[in-house]
Design a protein around this ligand. Sequence first.
Ligand code: C5P
Ligand code: MG
Length: 190
Amino acid sequence: MLNIVVFGAPGSGKGTQSELMIKKFGLDHVSTGDVLRAEIKAQSEVGKLAETYISKGELVPDEVIIKVLANVLDAKKNSKGVIFDGFPRTIPQAKALKTMLNERGTDISVMLDLKVDDEELIDRLLKRGQTSGRSDDNLETIKSRLDVYHNYTSPLIDHYKAEGKHKEKKGMGTIEEIFARIEKAIEEVK
Ligand code: C5P
Ligand code: MG
């Protein structure tokens, strides 16, 4: 299986680039943020809990999101590979993901780290907020999401470097330019 962690700060283009990867490589896509937003829409117990964190730009507790991910993964058993978008966000989540994949006889192939300046991230998210209807695409929440990224999520870069899985890619430029960089990185691990 070709399992890809698409990594980067909020607004770095993980979702946009995932769509292109799905088309080109025939992979499955798991966006934990999308899963949580669907749970909120359905007003499930997990959704109600997640909403209290998402609206503040905070992270849903590890044990909750790990369970959500495990359920989604079980539904993708016969996949050629999975793109993990927005997960893992903490070291415990990365360890849990590795265990889950190993138990299923597979592992992470590569972690693609999309690099975008904070200033551009804020611009992109504010622009997205005009149409996304997301409760967290406003300036105050964007700032907490970036703090959470820098404090809790960015340590994953060293974690995956230590495993020899980290590939950094410039996430600025046109969507096509960025995808060309990603394609090259995937061809190298395929
Ligand atoms: O990935 P995305 O930006 O769509 O996630 C939106 C929000 O969902 C995050 O800001 C966070 O509140 C929550 N989330 C989380 N843990 C994850 C993924 C998303 O807490 N692994
Ligand atoms: Mg996204």
